[in-house]
Structures are given as C-alpha cells and as structure tokens.
Design a protein around this ligand. Structure first.
Ligand SMILES: [Zn+2]
Length: 299
C-alpha cells in the first residue's frame, strides 16, 4: 500500500492555506491494530485524518496536537495525537461499536459518537499546553473540527474528512482536506472556495479514484490560482517505550501501585505490573523492584 502523504499549499493571493491528506495507509494501520468494526473505523479514521492535518500545520518541531472527543455514544472516548510532521496515533474506547446504518445506508458516525464535546490540546516543547473545546455539532467530526477552529481559534475553516470502509471493517480509502482563511482574505476567493466545497463531500471517493493531494487541491481551489508548498510522507506512529510507561506509572501513588501489583499477582500468579499501550497494543511489564527503585539507588 502507498504511504500516506500530506500536500500543503496556499492560494497565490494569500487568502487561504490548504492541506490535503491521503490517509489510507494510516487508517488501515489503525484498523489492523484496533480491530475496528466499520463504524469505529470511520470515526477513528476521520479523527486520525484530522489530527494529522492539524499537526502538520503546527508551528515548530516538538509541537504535538491532541484531538479528542468525549461524548456519550456507543464509541466511547476517541483520541488522536499527532506530531509536527503529521505522524499520528489514536484509539477508540469501543472499537466494536457498529450501530445500524442510517436510512440512506451510510454509517451512522454521528449517532455512534453521540453528544458531548471535541477538544484540542496544543503542546509546545516547553510551556503550558493550550486547550480548546467545542460542543459537538453533529458528531460527524469534519463539521465539529470546522466549528472548533471557528469558535475556539477564530479561524474560518473548511474541513472535509472521509473514510471508505469495507464490510469487514478495513479501510478502502481515506482522506481529508483543511482550508483555512488568512486575515484579509479576498471575498472573491472565499466565494469560490465555498462554491467548490461540495466536491469535497466525498473526499474518500476522490482518493479511491487515484487522485493525489495536488489533484484534490485543484478541485477544492478550482478557479483560484494556488502554489504548492510541499508534499510529505506521514505514518501511523507510536512512540511508546518501556521507559516512558515507567515514568507514567511512577506518577501514581505507592499505595495504588501496590494495590495493582497484588491484583495482578492474584490474577496471574506473578507479581509484575503489565500494561498495554492503548495506541499500538505493545505490552510492557514491570517488577516491583523496578517500580520502586529510586534515583538514589545504586544500579
Ligand atoms: Zn505504543
């Protein structure tokens, strides 16, 4: 399968910037790791697609973007984390969620997400993270991301997200586009972008037909001159490690760790604490000795 790619460009008049992603490989990897049913594939796929594009627009190396949904639907919580390049990882609390199709035969992502809010956390290499939230509009995710940018960051944004799902839950094609207006955008350019936006409603179909990021940007910006900036490869990427989890566990109280150790001992007969990475499924195990070794201890 082709690697996922992000195309970036800008209208020549400086009115808008555009990002287009073919996220088929990313979403396929996610469905394999999380064994998602069709509706969960679509929901998690759309969130990963959005997070990757938003990550690729963040300012500096070391920045990360976390896009999450807390809502009351069958899917439970959804989360996606992207780096500055657009590499992304994510999970859905209930990957087997797959409610009845809508009357038009489409997957009911909005129904499975439910009511709640979408949030975005921007973390810099150092300094306080910036958190913004918005109440979900439809739970279909693209509309919610656009609402987030309009309401929380005051950036008029057009967002299209699409995942074509096979009956077995795997991904046939996935993609997205994000167009953000810059200050003093030319109203004629804005009008043209709006007129073209219908063509992006089935963006996964455009990806499936073989169009690349530049081709899709040409559809989104039909009638507008634009300059390509670059095209970069991105992937589903998890940066978990033994050390990283250990640091996390050490923030838990000693009593709580002892309680968990006893619980796992009763279950498995071994007094080790094992954790599974929620993003990639890798397993890590820690002995009591390792968990309570302090910095002062000689190695
Ligand atoms: Zn991992």
């Amino acid at each position: 399968m082709k690697n996922s790619t992000i195309f970036r460009g800008m209208t020549r008049d400086g009115s808008a910037r555009i990002v287009v992603i073919d996220s088929t490989a990313i979403v396929s990897r996610a469905t394999m790791l999380h064994k998602t049913a069709p509706t969960a594939t679509a929901a998690l796929g759309r969130l990963l697609t959005a997070a990757s594009m938003i990550g690729s627009l963040s300012g500096e190396k070391g920045d990360t973007v976390t896009l999450g949904i807390n809502a009351d639907g069958e899917l439970g919580k959804l989360l996606a984390v992207a780096d500055y390049y657009g590499n992304v990882k994510g999970y859905v609390e209930n990957p087997s969620a797959d409610p009845e199709r809508k009357p038009n035969g489409k997957l009911d992502v909005g129904g499975a997400v439910g009511e709640g809010y979408l949030y975005l956390v921007r973390e810099k290499g150092n300094g306080e993270p910036h958190v913004g939230t918005v109440a979900l509009k439809s739970g279909e995710i693209a509309e919610d991301v656009a609402a987030y940018f309009a309401e929380s960051e005051q950036i008029p944004t057009l967002c299209a997200l699409g995942v074509l799902v096979n009956p077995d839950g795997t991904c046939l094609a996935a993609g997205g586009a994000l167009i953000q207006l810059l200050p003093f955008a030319d109203p004629a350019t804005v009008d043209a972008i709006e007129k073209n936006s219908d063509a992006l409603k089935e963006i996964s179909g455009l990806v499936a037909s073989g169009m690349d990021g530049f081709d899709i940007a040409s559809v989104a910006l039909r009638g507008i001159e634009f300059d390509p900036f670059d095209t970069i490869e991105v992937e589903y990427f998890c940066d978990c490690s033994h050390e990283r989890f250990l640091r996390g566990i050490r923030t838990i109280s000693r009593d709580e760790i002892l309680r968990m150790l006893s619980e796992q001992e009763a279950e498995t007969g071994e007094r080790t604490l094992s954790v599974d990475c929620r993003f990639c499924g890798k397993k890590y195990a820690y002995t009591e000795e390792e968990l309570f070794k302090t910095e002062a201890d000689p190695e």
